[in-house]
Design a protein around this ligand. Sequence first.
Ligand code: 6PG
Ligand code: NI
Length: 182
Amino acid sequence: NKVFIPEVFFTNDCLTGEDVVKSTRVLGDLDGVFQDKEAYGKMNKEQVVYHVSSYLPVLESTPGGLFMGITTLYSGKVGQEYFMTKGHFHSNSDRAEFYWGVEGEGFLILMDERRNVWAERMFPGSLHYIPGKVAHRVANTGYQKLVFSACWPSDAGHDYATIADTGFARRLVDVNGVPTLV
Ligand code: 6PG
Ligand code: NI
């Protein structure tokens, strides 16, 4: 009748413990992501755009397992475009994912393989099902950090190359103070 204490803990904006992998993306890691090259060129490339902490209880590629992560995306803009994650399809393209909003506000931007783009508003308590074969990226449209959590299959993988090559068909920009997909 032993009782165990979990090895991994979460707070609002990060995970701690064994098997937790942390990564940080600074502006310099997002070269080519934002539309306004001139505005990007003038900004401090050391500025942190987002942190991700991920709990990987099984090896990557393991079929049938799950991963969980918390992303903290800071508030900011490059020109009129909101700070956002790189965005990706899953390498195993039919793998789905859940996102849910924890703190702050923004939008989940989604794109299917036919390049149709749509967005879902994120806020504390919002829940988002990302079907397979749908690329996903998050933009922070608020004045504070945006925190969201995710759960995805351990054999999903990340295909960043497709987005690096062809981008999303639409971008979320500030048009007179209103987040607008253009
Ligand atoms: C995943 C999730 C999520 C995502 C981060 C950072 O599949 O792992 O979608 O954890 O990786 O929010 O976004 P980027 O991976 O697009 O940089
Ligand atoms: Ni994903």
